[in-house]
Design a binder for this molecule. Structure first.
Ligand code: ADP
Ligand code: TRP
Length: 342
């Protein structure tokens, strides 16, 4: 049943430590909108399983051996729950859960599979990239967007805050909703992506999109030393301190823009006029990032000291999410003929 509020749905995969790209691109929006929307926020552990074949489920200490996948995935899931709480998601306001606690999404994904064609899914960027890079692509990777469609459509999402790289997945969810509704009658609401313009693609320390898989991240809970080290390795050109510089071409400046404060205008004019070297710009940036991260890190440490509390929250969130999911699935099962009482 719909409350007066619009519904927001989003998730992050527990495939490693989140970075400031995840935060500014998607996670911050979840926190900012938790009062205004009825929020279902989850840890996409079923989606993370698509990384098993590539042995890419690193744990917090960076161990990416595939041997201990189950332990790593469970630990990453708990870590991500702590991260969500540390950035300010309030479990009293949002339903916070792990995706696998709503097995109805896998059931719905199967039903969607049966109305989706192979050529249609073959056009998905992530599948095409995986095929280009890996010798073996799993069915899970191929079907990833359909499971994501189920995640989004089952709780009735009106909006889905994500970074730009997820845009196509939301389009697939919309197409799937449309197709299901056409065949079986009006059932699913049409979700809209919420992609925040200035942070749609947060650049990494090498100027490419910041991503766990590119080794170019600044961890959302990194220590001051890690932040300084990451910032200092950002490549720059060889212009001297006094030479004018184009801020739009500077990878350091691109990250300054995340902290759009009063200093940014001043910094921009120092770049353009000359008078600031890259070293100073990097030191200012590292200080800004540290000042932003320090309170998050402290809050995280506190929450992490009581994992039982976090696990209990996830169990309670899972129950709540499952109840809502089951209600909608009853309607879906009737519509497709999986129950006797039509
Ligand atoms: P990664 O690419 O690092 O593995 P995920 O796939 O776990 O990140 O993404 C989690 C959320 O963060 C998604 O909504 C995604 O669009 C967003 N996101 C990831 N990287 C960036 C980035 N560099 N800029 C903006 N948003 C991002
Ligand atoms: N695919 C998303 C990512 O890589 C994670 C995700 C799974 C998701 N299901 C979702 C995001 C539903 C938004 C809504 O980050």
């Amino acid at each position: 049943m719909r409350t007066g509020k619009k519904i927001l749905v989003s998730g992050v995969k527990p495939t490693g430590r989140p970075h400031i790209g995840n935060y500014f691109g998607a996670m911050k929006q979840m926190v900012d909108m938790q009062d205004e929307y009825d929020c279902s926020i989850f840890i996409a552990d079923l989606h993370a399983l698509t990384s098993v074949a590539s042995g890419n489920l690193a744990n917090s200490s960076g161990d990416d051996s595939a041997l201990n996948v189950a332990t790593n995935l469970a630990q990453n899931t708990l870590d991500l729950a702590i991260d969500y709480l540390a950035i300010g998601l309030d479990p009293k306001k949002v339903t916070l859960y792990k995706q696998s606690d709503t097995p109805q999404v896998a059931e719905l994904a199967w039903i969607f599979n049966c109305i989706t064609t192979m050529p249609y899914l073959s056009r998905a960027h992530a599948f095409k990239d995986a095929q280009a890079k890996e010798k073996e692509t799993t069915v899970g990777v191929f079907d990833y967007p359909i499971l994501m469609s189920a995640d989004i459509l089952l709780p009735g999402a009106d909006i889905v805050p994500v970074g730009m790289d997820q845009k196509q997945h939301i389009e697939i969810a919309r197409d799937t909703a449309e197709k299901f509704n056409r065949i079986f009658g009006e059932t699913f609401a049409m979700p809209e992506p919420l992609i925040t313009k200035d942070v749609a693609v947060v650049p990494g320390t090498d100027g490419q999109k910041m991503s766990k898989s590119y080794g170019n991240t600044i961890g959302l809970f990194a220590s001051d030393e890690e932040i300084l080290k990451a910032v200092m390795k950002i490549p720059t050109d060889s212009k001297g301190v006094d030479e004018p510089k184009n801020p739009d071409e500077c990878k350091v400046f691109a990250l300054h823009k995340l902290f759009a404060d009063a200093d940014l205008v001043d910094l921009k004019s120092r770049y353009e006029k000359g008078g600031i070297g890259y070293k100073e710009s990097k030191e200012i940036l590292a200080r800004k990032i540290s000042a932003f991260i320090a309170p998050l890190r402290a809050k995280r440490e506190k929450i992490a000291s009581d994992p039982e509390y976090v696990i209990d929250l996830l169990i309670a969130g899972g129950k709540k999410a499952q109840m809502k999911a089951e209600k909608k699935m009853e309607e879906v099962r009737k519509k497709v003929g999986l129950t006797f009482n039509q």
